[in-house]
Design a binder for this molecule. Structure first.
Ligand code: SF4
Length: 232
């Protein structure tokens, strides 16, 4: 078991959330509006791939599924780095199985610039942390990253894709990522469910998809059958 960007962000919000993702994922309830937001974000991300013109996309799915084949994506990314491809989308990297797929990697005279795409019009703290995770994994792969941008949805009158530079803020978090990634990696493997009381972390920065389970608002019958399902 390793850590992806999503695992890291979820584990930093609450370790129990990450543990439940690993051991009882069927208890998760994703509200419809959240799913709609995620889908809209994916569409915006797909459109942003072309913001610098022609590009190569690294996404490869496992046969017959929509599950990314991480190892194949990492290999394809290596191949394109070797070829000097100017714009690589969903560029995939691994470090001791910890994994990231960066939205856009763009070759420059000094190395590469990183672009992380968000379907919103302002930079939030979470986006910086999110980009810091990508930067950490990519730096551990010895790639030279010059500038780092969050690509926002431009406000009215602006271009559709609006890059905001966050290089300094992101690079500063390298040690913080290093301190936490290994801790989360070992905690997620523990056999016992963590005993973490509900609190502010259940709604900040995002409402947790296990809210009903931990707050006991999930109907008992549904909960029992979900628990049984998770054991299958
Ligand atoms: S509902 Fe709260 S305590 Fe339960 S997993 Fe989510 S964040 Fe953690």
């Amino acid at each position: 078991m390793a850590i992806t960007k999503t695992d890291f962000m979820r584990g930093m919000q609450c370790e129990k959330m990450l543990w439940l993702d690993r051991h009882k994922p069927s208890l998760k309830v994703i509200p419809e509006e959240v799913q709609e937001r995620l889908d809209a974000g994916n569409e915006f991300g797909d459109a942003a791939m072309g913001m610098f013109g022609p590009y190569e996309e690294m996404t490869i799915y496992r046969p017959g599924t929509h599950i990314p084949d991480k190892k194949a994506m990492v290999e394809k990314t290596k191949e394109h780095l070797g070829l000097g491809t100017p714009v690589i989308c969903e560029a995939a990297f691994m470090d001791y199985n910890n994994y990231c797929a960066l939205d856009i990697l763009r070759k420059t005279a000094k190395g590469y610039d990183m672009y992380e795409v968000k379907n919103t019009d302002e930079v939030h703290e979470q986006f910086i942390k999110d980009a810091a995770f990508q930067y950490y994994i990519i730096r551990r792969n010895k790639l030279n990253i010059d500038k780092i941008y969050i690509v926002l949805h431009g406000k009215e009158g602006e271009e559709l894709f609006h890059p905001v530079e966050v290089t300094e803020e992101v690079k500063k978090l390298y040690s913080w990522i290093n301190e936490n990634i290994w801790r989360l990696n070992s905690h997620q493997k523990e056999k016992e469910e963590p005993d973490i009381p509900v609190g502010e972390q259940c709604t900040h920065p995002y409402e947790c998809w296990y809210y009903g389970y931990c707050h006991k608002t999930m109907p008992e019958k549904e909960k029992e059958s979900e628990e049984q399902l998770s054991l299958l």
